[in-house]
Every structure is written in structure tokens, then in C-alpha cells.
Design a binder for this molecule. Structure first.
Ligand code: ADP
Length: 448
């Protein structure tokens, strides 16, 4: 096992990784930008290294500085968290070339899944069902028109290098297609430096359901069930549940089996998430994330498995101790992303937290780097905390979420707490009856 791990991230996820390390007796090195010198992740780590000025490109994405921080402190492994360098295959390679362990999959698998065209092709060959669409990239209007006719409108043009819900354009009818293709390409080029795009059938009322996996270097792959992340705004998750209100045990077992067999064939290592759209009882692969996800705690709540601990263990070469039959799903869990932004317009609201009180009690977890007097800097994403609630069943979970949200106090900045206080009282949400468009439609009705 490692003695010292460097955490190449900030905010709540750096704290989360620090906690797992502490419980494993591993000492920790935090990195930070000058804007984060006072941050909780720096205070709680054993050592810290300033890696640059506020802009992420010069600090949290500054590969030479991060490698140097490892060498100076003698850290043997790097946990990248999510975002920043977590899905950067070149970074994982450089880490490996320096004799440091990257806590995550191999650079080859990161690269494969980072190219969404190649990823889709690869998982299809491994027996995972995909969304009907182009077999590879789409370059010309005539090719796009031919494929769209085949799969039927509406269609979605997606960036091969896409992420964070960006670089997608819908064409409702043939006359929209040429413009959708051109805009998708130029947006993809601007956002990701790569204008490769592909095409999928645009599903009308799907849910977003993803399967969490864990794999060791001894050929064992386990699935930890699914999460339902259908409540989204601009293709970004807002609220996540485990399990999905739309799946039964047989469907869970079936998709879990399909995924674990596929990743076994691939020889995957570490934690990963296979994302699907789910419509009319069928699963359609959309992408694989080769890292820890923001919403991993809901899975931890219902399985009792510390996913970060397992990531560190398998990266060090230890085998997974559990077998699939040992993984039991208990109760229901929901996570709300508490962002520093207006609850209904989503305008960012950085600033100083003047008052802070975290909710507690049975089944309540609050992962956050906030404290009274902490100044949320304007340079990074707006996630300020995650409220995770676990109950014996979905009803208990929803009632607990209601009271936990009412206990949570964050003063001085705007947050998304009022949004969740409303959502947790909406009949469709109480019924578990929603799809990927529900939230946007609800927000549009509210502002009308
Ligand atoms: P990203 O990598 O940007 O997160 P994804 O491929 O994971 O992109 O898709 C993000 C979200 O976009 C999905 O959760 C879903 O809401 C929507 N989406 C993606 N593909 C489709 C599709 N074929 N039909 C309908 N919605 C889609």
C-alpha cells in the first residue's frame, strides 16, 4: 500500500479523497492555487504545495508543477478526483513515466473512452447496446442526411471529444440538419480543439441511468448497481438517486451483468461509470467515464462500499475483497448538488460565506469544503457541497431530504438549496416520474 498520496484536485472532492487516505493510514499532499491557500483541503492534508496562480490552466492543470510537487514530497501515487486532469490520458502517461502510480485506469483506456466515437464502437463490440446512429464520425451534409433518414428524426449531433454537456445540437427535421452539423462542428472545435462529430437518434423521453463498476488488476470486475441522473439542466446533473425509481431488480442484474462482462473482456482497472439512456425498458450506451464521479456517494450509501478506498486499493495492486454476491443494495439514496449559484437562473454567486450550518442526523451526509468566513473563488466550478441522504426506502429518503434541506444554512451567497426545497415537494418527483427533460420543462413553466 502507498504511504503517501498526492491529491491533484480541490474543493469537496479533495476533502473526500483526503478522508479515505486518512482512514487507510496514508499521508496526504494537497496541491492548491494561490486562490485556494485558505481552503479546507489544504488545511486537512498533511502537506501542501502551491502549484500556481488562480487560473486552472496554470495551477490544477499544470502538469510539470504537479509532477514536481510529487517529487518534492515523495508522494508515490496521484489521485486526480474528477474534472481537471482526471480524464487526461497524456497526464496519466506522464505520471507513469515518472514512476508514480496514477489512481485510475490505464492511459490507453482513458484515451479510448475519451474519444466518444471510438468508445461507442469499442463497447458495441463488447456487447453493450448503443444508441442507433452513425458508425463513426460524420463529415458531410449528404452523409448526415443519409444516416438521419435511416435512423429517423430528430437526430443529435455530438462532439467526439465532448464533455460537460457541451457540443450537442439537435436537428428536428431535414431542413435543420446542415446548420446543426456546422454549428456542432465549430462549437466542438472551439471548446475541445477537435471538430470531429457523430450522430445519434435523439431519444424523446429517456432517463439517464448509469452503472458504477470497480475492477482490480486480478481480473475481477464488480458492479455496484445504478444511479439515476435524469434530473438535469443543460445536460448537467443536478440531483441523483440510487437506485433508479424506474428499474427493478431483474433489470439491474441484467445491465450489471452486461457491463461487468464487457469490462472484463476489456481488462479495465479501477472505478468507472457506464452511462446509458433508458427508454421503453431498453438501455442505450452514451459514454463511459473513466474516473470517480461527483455522484458516487449515493452508491456508497446503498452498498456500504467506500469507492475511493477501493480505487486506491486496486491501484496499489490489491485485489477486490468482495464478490458480486456480497454486494447488496440497501434502501435508497439521493444526492443534491449544492452550487454557489442562483437557484432558478443558475447565475454563479461566488463570495464570502457569512453563515454556515451543515445538516446531520441518521442517514445524512454532507460533503463540502465550506466553512463560515470561506470565500468561494470565482475561478472554478460552482459546486460548493453535496447533500446525500439515505433512507430505508425512497419515501423515507425523500422525507429525510426535506428536513435535511431545511436544516442546511449557507449565508452570504446564493445557492441551489431553494431549488431542491421546491423539487422535493413536487408530485412527479415524489412519484419518481421524470425524464431528462423534466427539469428544464419545469423551470420554463416556473419562469413563464
Ligand atoms: P457529456 O459527455 O457532455 O456529459 P453525454 O453523452 O454523457 O455527454 O450526454 C449528456 C446528456 O445529454 C445525457 O445525460 C442526456 O441528457 C443527453 N443526451 C445525450 N445523448 C442523447 C441522445 N442520443 N438522445 C437524447 N439525449 C441525449
Amino acid at each position: 500500500m502507498f504511504e503517501k498520496v498526492l491529491i491533484a484536485n480541490r474543493g469537496e472532492i479533495a476533502l473526500r479523497i483526503n478522508r479515505a487516505c486518512k482512514e487507510m493510514g496514508i499521508s496526504t499532499v494537497a496541491i492548491h492555487s494561490t486562490a485556494d491557500a485558505e481552503s479546507m483541503h489544504v488545511r486537512l492534508a498533511d502537506e501542501s504545495v502551491c502549484v500556481g496562480p488562480p487560473p486552472a490552466g496554470q495551477s490544477y492543470l499544470n502538469i510539470p508543477q504537479i509532477i514536481a510537487a510529487c517529487e518534492i514530497t515523495g508522494a508515490e501515487a496521484i489521485h486526480p478526483g474528477y474534472g481537471f486532469l482526471s480524464e487526461n490520458a497524456r497526464f496519466a502517461e506522464i505520471v507513469r513515466e515518472h514512476g508514480i502510480t496514477f489512481i485510475g485506469p490505464t492511459p490507453e483506456h482513458i484515451r479510448l473512452m475519451g474519444d466518444k466515437i471510438a468508445a461507442k464502437q469499442a463497447v458495441k463490440e463488447l456487447g453493450i447496446p448503443t444508441v442507433p446512429g452513425s458508425d463513426g464520425g460524420v463529415t458531410s451534409d449528404t452523409e448526415a442526411a443519409r444516416i438521419a433518414e435511416e435512423i429517423g428524426y430528430p437526430v443529435l449531433i455530438k462532439a467526439a471529444a465532448g464533455g460537460g454537456g457541451r457540443g450537442m445540437k439537435v436537428a428536428q427535421k431535414p431542413s435543420d440538419l446542415s446548420l446543426a452539423l456546422a454549428t456542432a462542428r465549430s462549437e466542438a472545435k472551439a471548446a475541445f480543439g477537435d471538430d470531429a462529430v457523430y450522430m445519434e437518434k435523439y431519444l424523446q423521453l429517456p432517463r439517464h441511468i448509469e452503472v458504477q463498476v470497480l475492477a482490480d488488476s486480478h481480473g475481477k470486475v464488480l458492479h455496484l448497481g445504478e444511479r439515476d441522473c435524469s434530473l438535469q439542466r443543460r445536460h448537467q446533473k443536478v440531483w441523483e438517486e440510487a437506485g433508479s425509481p424506474a428499474l427493478n431488480a431483474a433489470q439491474r442484474e441484467e445491465i450489471g451483468g452486461v457491463v461487468t462482462r464487457a469490462l472484463n473482456k476489456l481488462g479495465y482497472l479501477g472505478a468507472g461509470t457506464i452511462e446509458f439512456l433508458f427508454e421503453d425498458g431498453r438501455f442505450y450506451f452514451i459514454e463511459m467515464n473513466t474516473r470517480l464521479q461527483v455522484e458516487h456517494p449515493v452508491t456508497e450509501a446503498i452498498t456500504g462500499i467506500d469507492i475511493v478506498r477501493e480505487q486506491i486499493r486496486v491501484a496499489s495492486g490489491s485485489p477486490l475483497e468482495l464478490d458480486q454476491k456480497d454486494i447488496v443494495f440497501e434502501g435508497h439514496a439521493i444526492e443534491c448538488r449544492i452550487n454557489a449559484e442562483n437557484a432558478f437562473t443558475f447565475t454563479p454567486s461566488p463570495g464570502t460565506i457569512t453563515q454556515f450550518h451543515a445538516p446531520g442526523g441518521l442517514g445524512v451526509r454532507f460533503d463540502s469544503h465550506m466553512y463560515t468566513g470561506y470565500r468561494i473563488p470565482p475561478y472554478y466550478d460552482s459546486l460548493a457541497g453535496k447533500l446525500i441522504v439515505h433512507g430505508k426506502n425512497r419515501n423515507e429518503c425523500l422525507m429525510r431530504l426535506r428536513r435535511a434541506l431545511d436544516e442546511l444554512v449557507v449565508g452570504g451567497i446564493e445557492t441551489t438549496i431553494p431549488l431542491f426545497q421546491k423539487l422535493v415537494r413536487e408530485q412527479d418527483i415524489l412519484n419518481g416520474d421524470y425524464n431528462i427533460h423534466w427539469l428544464e420543462q419545469w423551470l420554463a413553466k416556473k419562469s413563464a
